[in-house]
Design a protein around this ligand. Structure first.
Ligand SMILES: [Zn+2]
Ligand SMILES: [Zn+2]
Length: 456
């Protein structure tokens, strides 16, 4: 692993204060400053969104340069960790007065999923702002470049107000989350550097909320990416016979669909939430004998396969799902085999379901709720994140990790066409993080979960 980059001495410059201005000038100046300030905040967000970090060829170094320039403007300490070639992890630090206290890690990923440009109303890397609505259209506007920059903007505001953290605050900007995080957050979490950081709490991404309540996540479903393969006797396209690869695969697909419908019914009936059932969706089908005009039409192929994105809640019984796969979805008796492209355990390294406690045993949870409410944010009930995030790598170590992206009154558009975030909602989110980071960075644990706040 290479470590490069530069360190900047920590400092907390206050903005020049307008003590000597007359009252009338202050009254006149402040709203103008506020407008200028927020347009600069939005323009920095747009700049980050304009960097094309879409998989499978993310422009990570351009993103790294941008983040480092932001860090420099805030005098944060910075380093680039390259656990895998071409995949920089950017680590920033705002040192606290008591570096022996467990630190706070604010994590975000720099990559985004690809976009079908021609299906968007505005190009996905132009970061167009609709002049009527203030919606900012861009891939990554929700998932999750918003969060990465909101952390930085919140820190900028805290520094400008003269705030000094008690404990160290780290920010990690990691690559490859959208393809599993193996060369990003997973390697960071396993590193010596991470141990030295003595992290006590991790914040990572959540989801937009279509209503006024922000969503907050204490766990997530585990991805099992399954490929099933059928083989069978090839033959004439006109012949009816048993044990064709297609028929064998279709029987499995029917069985998967019955299971899917039963799980989905629980959600539709309101008995379970999205994150509490096992989801299974077919994501590819592959079969047939190619020909110059498409596929050979009078030949039944000898092989066929299908891929499924399965998401397993931490509370599920993995052994029973494994049995179902081996016995019903890909039985050897029907000439079927299967392999996992990804199979994340539902248990942490202590063998417990990988969950962060959302009760009084976890002071960070109460602090987060309090900090959001303090600035008039509303929170929904803690949920299981229906997809996956890098937070799992930290939870697997036994660390508390909370999934949260401050986007209320926003349709859920991650991985969708025309992903957008409203600029006012983005700015509101900066204020929410300002409150959270202030609460976390002022918090001093005395004994156990007995907490007190250091007066600053
Ligand atoms: Zn994400
Ligand atoms: Zn994503």
């Amino acid at each position: 692993m290479e470590i490069s980059g530069s360190s900047y001495p920590p400092q907390s410059h206050l903005l020049p204060r307008l003590y000597f201005l007359s009252l009338s000038l202050v009254v006149f100046t402040l709203p103008v400053m506020a407008i200028e300030d927020s347009s600069a905040v939005i323009s920095r967000f747009q700049q980050y969104l304009q960097i094309n970090t879409a998989q499978p060829n993310p422009n990570y170094y351009e993103a790294a340069d941008f983040i480092l320039s932001q860090a420099k403007s805030l005098s944060l300490e910075s380093q680039i960790l390259e656990f895998a070639n071409g995949k920089p992890v950017i680590l920033l630090k705002w040192p606290g007065k008591n570096p022996n206290l467990p630190s706070i890690l604010l994590n975000s990923h720099t990559d985004v999923v690809p976009a079908e440009h021609h299906k968007w109303s505005h190009p996905p890397f132009e970061s167009h702002i609709d002049p009527n609505t203030g919606n900012i259209y861009a891939r990554g506007s929700q998932d999750m470049k918003c969060v990465g920059l909101q952390y930085l903007e919140a820190i900028r505001k805290l520094m400008n107000s003269g705030f000094n953290p008690v404990r160290n605050i780290y920010l990690s900007f990691v690559p490859d989350e959208e393809i599993g995080g193996h060369d990003g957050a997973e390697k960071l979490a396993d590193s010596e550097i991470f141990k030295e950081m003595n992290v006590g709490i991790v914040l990572d991404e959540g989801l937009a909320s279509p209503n006024e309540n922000y969503r907050v996540f204490y766990g997530e479903r585990c991805p099992w990416w399954l490929v099933i393969k059928a083989t069978g006797a090839p033959g004439h396209g006109a012949k009816l016979y048993d044990n064709t690869a297609m028929e064998n695969l279709l029987k499995s697909i029917e069985s998967v669909r019955r299971f899917r419908a039963a799980q989905f019914d629980l959600v539709k009936a309101g008995m379970k939430s999205e994150g509490e059932v096992i989801s299974v969706n077919m994501v590819f089908l592959k079969a047939g004998t190619p020909s110059p005009t498409g596929f050979v039409m009078n030949l039944q192929p000898s092989e066929a396969q299908a891929g499924f994105d399965i998401r397993v809640p931490p509370s599920a019984d993995p052994a029973s799902l494994e049995r179902r796969i081996a016995e019903e979805w890909a039985p050897a008796s029907r000439n079927m085999t299967f392999e996992f492209k990804q199979k994340v355990s539902v248990h942490d390294k202590f063998g417990r379901p990988t969950l962060t406690s959302s009760d009084s045993s976890n002071p960070w949870w109460a602090l987060l709720v309090e900090a959001i409410e303090k600035v008039n944010g509303k929170l929904g009930k803690p949920e299981i994140f229906p997809a996956s995030t890098d937070a799992r790598y930290f939870r697997e170590l036994g660390l508390p990790a909370i999934g949260f992206s401050p986007m209320a009154n926003t349709p859920i558009l991650l991985h969708d066409h025309n992903e957008f975030l409203n600029k006012d909602e983005y700015l509101k989110g900066v204020g929410i993080y300002e409150s959270i980071i202030k609460a976390y960075a002022s918090f001093v644990e005395t004994k156990g979960s007995d907490a007190s706040r250091e007066e600053l």
